[in-house]
Design a protein around this ligand. Structure first.
Ligand code: GLC
Length: 503
């Protein structure tokens, strides 16, 4: 039956396919499409029997340690086979945090974090990075990245400040060109706010996050409260979103934070009236990780009540990594009890199906293994080096203009390289790299700063490396100069893992 239906016809208009498929779905099948589950619980039952609409991998959750791109693609393909064996054969969307390259995958190209790209001010560079990242994500069979983070970080104490391009909303707005890199360039007549994807082979769905005001919380407290006027919310934190809509961004992720005390995950005004109404967004809104649980925790409210609050406010897909069946039962109960109108469910599922049809995943559900060699390819690594060069910020060059210190002489007798970050790829890449919080040491393929110095210094020059050189070394070493590389240990969101304390 599924094979002959209109929604299976790739030539039919997207909206006709959406209406046809929606009309065939039961309430339980619609509710399941609104669920995004973690890869470790994406069982045949969850995908084939219950029909979960989407799967994600948590930061650091991989098929195995140092899993190859082929391992990832096989994992996603297997999940897709289960999804396609469901009654209506609706494929999943697999989402991942490819936020500075395909950073979960061993050997993938890692680019500077957004704070570095912000320093580059290079909008074309951002687009190219999106393009390269999309290819590497597609090589692993994945359809969707939870990027770009378009936070406008107003307090550097925020643990995610490095995920923000800038405290200047105009710089953030200008660098949303990464959306076009990720999804492809929409035609001039593309309707504003309507999701777009150019090539199912080379592009991925983007996700503007975290809507809205994530970077403006009081004291920079992560998941805290952004206290500001409607004018400032619009002029600062909302500023990047219309630009993302104009590029056809397919999804938006809600913020954990609150605006003047109202949680974004439960804000009908911001998610429905502003984002979907005023800005005309026609893609879908996804919650953040356990975002509904965060609604309940502070007030100890009933989980069911929180689901109703968030879905009625305009949440379309819920990232419920490990509570799928409870969520499914509760959502069906809430609709049958009249707590959530069927019209809201239909609107959410229409949006999800629209993005799925536009993504091409119905026609091309499986990975394209011909892309595998693109992971970490030379062209992408050269682009990453260009990004690193352009992200560098020179604060001072020697004592004065007349005696500049840079550029460093290459052909000298001996130089000292020191510092905790000089020979440590994990530290160099920061958070959201292989592991959620990033990690220490040789965590992926790449060139450390020490290795790069050795590759580029004069052949006669001796390079002495000591992470923590003694005074004696410095005084007696007869060094022409020292390069000292220091930095923060990697972390994500709010945590600096205890194991780094004291490093
Ligand atoms: C995290 C982050 C969000 C990320 C999501 C999925 O908690 O807030 O940026 O996309 O969960 O990993």
């Amino acid at each position: 039956m599924a094979a002959a239906a209109l929604y299976r016809d790739a030539e039919a208009p997207v909206e006709a396919r959406v209406r046809d498929l929606l009309g065939r779905m039961t309430l339980r099948e619609k509710a399941a499409q609104m669920a995004q589950i973690e890869r470790t619980v994406a069982s045949p039952r969850a995908l084939a029997e219950l029909g979960a609409g989407s799967v994600l991998n948590a930061g650091g959750s991989a098929p195995r340690d140092r899993a190859s791109a082929a391992d990832w693609a096989s994992m996603v393909d297997e999940m897709q086979r289960h999804a396609l064996s469901s009654r209506l054969a609706v494929p999943i969307l697999f989402g991942t945090d490819a936020v500075h390259g395909h950073n979960n995958v061993f050997g993938a190209t890692v680019f500077p974090h957004n704070v570095g790209l912000g320093a580059s001010r290079d909008t074309e560079l951002a687009r190219k990075i999106g393009e390269a990242t999309a290819l590497e994500v597609r090589a692993t069979g994945i359809h969707w990245t939870f990027a770009p983070c378009v936070a406008v970080c107003r307090d550097p104490r925020w643990g995610r400040c490095y995920e923000s391009y800038s405290e200047d909303p105009e710089i953030v707005r200008s660098l949303t060109t990464i959306v076009t890199g990720l999804q492809g360039h929409p035609p001039a007549d593309h309707p504003h706010g309507y999701p777009f994807l150019s090539s199912v082979r080379e592009n991925v769905l983007a996700c503007a996050k975290h809507f809205v005001g994530d970077g403006g919380t009081d004291k920079g407290i992560n998941e805290g409260n952004t206290i500001c006027s409607p004018e400032d919310l619009e002029g600062i934190h909302l500023r990047p979103y219309p630009e993302c809509m104009a590029q056809g961004v397919a999804t938006v992720m809600a913020s954990y934070s609150q605006w003047n005390g109202e949680p974004l995950h439960a804000s009908h005004y911001l998610m429905t009236d502003v984002l979907k109404g005023k800005l005309g967004f026609k893609g879908f809104v996804v919650s953040d990780w356990e975002g509904i649980d965060r609604l309940c925790e502070p007030r100890g409210s009933d989980y069911r009540y929180c689901i109703a609050q968030s879905v009625n406010a305009g949440m379309d897909m819920i990232m419920i990594p490990h509570r799928f069946e409870k969520f499914l039962e509760d959502l069906v109960f809430l609709v049958e009890a009249g707590e959530i109108p069927m019209s809201r469910i239909d609107d959410a599922v229409e949006r999800i199906l629209r993005v799925k049809f536009i993504s091409g995943v119905f026609e091309h559900p499986f990975s394209d293994r011909s892309l595998l060699d693109i992971i970490g390819c030379k062209e992408h690594r050269l682009l990453a080096r260009e990004a690193v060069r352009k992200s560098l910020v020179l604060l001072k060059n020697g004592k004065n203009q007349k005696e500049p210190f840079l550029p460093l002489a290459k052909n000298v007798k001996r130089i000292l390289v020191a510092g905790t970050h000089a020979d440590n790829i994990g530290y160099q890449c920061g958070g959201w790299t292989i592991a959620w919080n990033g990690d220490n040491g040789r965590i992926t393929i790449g060139t450390t700063i020490l290795e790069a110095i050795k590759e580029s210094i004069g052949v006669e020059t001796e390079v002495v490396y000591q992470e923590c050189p003694t005074e004696t070394t410095v005084e007696t070493g007869e060094f022409s100069y020292a390069v000292v590389v220091v930095g923060e240990v990697p972390y994500a969101e709010w945590s600096i893992q205890a194991k780094y304390v004291g490093t």
